[in-house]
Write a protein that binds this ligand. Structure first.
Ligand SMILES: Cc1ncc(COP(=O)(O)O)c(C=O)c1O
Length: 376
């Protein structure tokens, strides 16, 4: 590719990962999570690759993300789970999108739109089992379930799912996991007693589907692991392949003497005469400014560390006396199977005290995605 930089996305890796995760989850039906532009990989190509790997559901945060899937002609069941007031609920109902509902106000808004349209809305009730984020708290759960059951009797909604989300599934053995599972069982019992018969009950994200067979229920939701990144630091999942490689061309090289301060603030100073190589990616492209003097980059067959401050559009590498030229490719992160010194998104996350999700979802719109693999 001739771009100044690009994110290469291997669609076969995404479909192979989905297939592998489904097997790891004992064949439990699989929801591919494609929110945030498919974790930065591109929502439509990622969705198609996940479906090729056996995903029979897709999950998004926002209705508008789910509608984008429908506009691309994707007809599998889709769940959208963050519905602030004013979101296009009517369009979602007409597009047969399952709506994640956590409270009475949202349920009432969905019922009102369904009545106005003369349609039955598909609703998945979300129980807060201990994350204390979305979902109905245990104190409000019965009332939400009963209101949904009445709306179902009226034909205004079909309660297609009951679901929840873990707080600490990336810390296997964390005491909250068992508590959340038992709270989820209670929530399901309440729904059952109210006469609801959801098609799918689900709570497992990538970390849970990898480590908690008892959390599988009828569906598992695979996000980060589908893209080949492990949510549990230190855990290796044999066969999982990182789908995204972030490349940049070197824009410029120059020799500078010892004692040269590099980039804003001169937070890096050369200790000898050396070659500096300019990489035309910056924090506007998703390279965190916190990676100044820290981020690892493969260039000329060696892993190097960013020299000085990451700017909006560029940063610098000190390559010593190595032969590096304008036009050479640098790799910020990718798959070590291609070169053993390739940094991974997990490496970036560890070095920057964050999670690999943040590294891949941050890659900005200025960076073209290049799709490869048989599915491209
Ligand atoms: C509600 C919900 N389910 C599933 C996922 C997928 O999680 P993961 O990427 O850890 O598999 C997310 C992502 O954060 C989420 O918010």
């Amino acid at each position: 590719m001739s771009h100044f930089a690009h994110a290469r996305v291997d669609l076969d890796a995404i479909s192979d990962n989905a297939r592998l995760l489904r097997e790891r989850a004992g064949g439990t039906p699989f929801m591919g999570v494609v929110k945030a532009d498919g974790y930065g990989h591109g929502v439509i190509p990622a969705a198609r690759a996940l479906m090729a790997g056996g995903a029979t559901w897709l999950g998004t945060a926002l209705i508008r993300e789910a509608l984008e899937l429908r506009r691309a002609g994707i007809t599998v069941p889709v769940l959208a789970w963050i519905i602030p007031p004013g979101e296009p609920v009517a369009e979602a109902i007409e597009a047969d999108i399952d709506l994640g509902v956590s409270d009475r106000a949202t349920l009432d808004a969905v019922v009102a739109e369904a009545r106005r349209l003369g349609r039955t809305a598909r609703v998945q009730l979300k129980a807060d089992t201990g994350l204390n984020r979305g979902g109905a708290s245990p104190a409000d759960w019965s009332a939400l379930v009963e209101a949904a059951a009445r709306a179902e009797d009226e034909g205004r909604v079909r309660v297609s799912g009951v679901w929840s989300h873990f707080a600490c599934s990336d810390e296997p053995g964390h005491p909250s996991i068992a508590l959340q599972l038992s709270q989820f069982h209670e929530a399901l019992e309440v729904a059952d007693k109210a006469g609801l018969s959801p098609e799918v009950r689900h709570i497992a994200n990538s970390a849970a589907l990898l480590t908690l067979p008892e959390a599988r229920f009828d569906l598992v939701r695979g996000g980060i692991a589908s893209y080949g990144l492990c949510p549990i630091p230190g855990l290796t999942v044999p066969g999982l392949r990182p789908a995204m490689t972030l490349y940049s061309r070197i824009a410029l090289t120059k020799r500078v003497p010892a004692g040269s301060g590099v980039s804003y603030g001169h937070r890096y100073v050369t200790d000898k005469e050396t070659t500096l190589a300019l990489v035309p990616l910056g924090y506007a492209d998703g390279v965190p400014r916190a990676a100044s003097n820290k981020g690892p980059v493969l260039l000329g067959g060696r892993s190097r560390v960013i020299a000085g401050t990451v700017c909006m559009d560029q940063f610098v590498l000190d390559v010593g006396d190595d032969e590096v030229r304008a036009g050479d490719h640098a790799v910020l992160f990718g798959d070590p199977a291609e070169h053993p010194d390739t940094p991974t998104a997990e490496d970036w996350a560890r070095i920057l005290d964050t999670i690999p999700y943040e590294i891949v979802t941050r890659v900005g719109p200025r960076v073209p995605r290049e799709y490869v693999g048989d599915l491209a």
